[in-house]
Design a protein around this ligand. Structure first.
Ligand code: URA
Ligand code: SF4
Length: 190
């Protein structure tokens, strides 16, 4: 069962000290939603509120994400949401390469267990990681690729990768929300 496999993995995350981020975390944020989801959303790393509550996208960026879900008729309970990094980088700084490498075991396992048909990358860190993982030879330049879908065959099934701006982008840029809404429309088609 996917949910049982994910629970076991979540226990591993709770005890994880693979990188130094465990030292300052209040809670690791494993991810959540529907283990049988067809769509997996991957953000960057927990922020202040996520660290406090242990829930992905429960702060300001999460509110934007909810607006975007609403705009295309997606419910949180239909999808699975997680991040590349499971513990909050102090002061919300960018994750370091060595932290992404240390944590990749968990996101790789989550993808392997959930086997999503569609992976939505929220932001360039997530997109860069997924392009790399699926050997997609595109530059992870959001300005060029946002709203685009990349198809890749894996051992078990084809996967569609969708490039989306990080919702936090829209917390300080009102035009960005319109761009994000437009890009989210693609999810209705696929
Ligand atoms: N930003 C992210 O990338 N992920 C979260 O969970 C919250 C904010
Ligand atoms: Fe472990 Fe990832 Fe947290 Fe680092 S960020 S301690 S690798 S769970």
């Amino acid at each position: 069962m996917k949910s049982e496999k994910l629970k076991i993995l979540e226990e591993e995350v709770k005890n994880c000290k693979r990188c130094n981020l465990w030292k300052e975390r209040k809670n690791p944020v494993f991810g959540g939603g529907n283990p049988d989801a067809n769509i997996l959303f991957i953000g960057e790393a927990p922020g202040y509120y996520e660290d406090l509550k242990g829930i992905p996208f429960c702060g300001k960026a999460g509110k934007i994400l909810d607006i975007l879900f609403d705009s295309v008729g997606i419910k949180r309970s239909d999808v699975y949401i997680t991040n590349i990094i499971k513990c909050r980088p102090p002061g919300n700084r960018d994750p370091k390469i060595e932290e992404i490498e240390a944590c990749r075991y968990f996101i790789e396992k989550q993808i392997e267990i959930i086997k999503p048909d569609v992976i939505c990358c929220l932001g360039r860190h997530s997109l860069k990681f997924i392009f790399n993982k699926f050997s997609i030879k595109e530059e992870a330049n959001m300005r060029k690729v946002h709203g685009k879908v990349f198809e890749k065959n894996t051992l078990f099934s084809p996967v569609k990768i969708v490039a989306l701006y990080h919702p936090a982008f829209a917390t300080y840029n009102p035009k960005a929300l319109e761009i994000l809404k437009k890009d989210f429309e693609i999810l209705k088609k696929i």
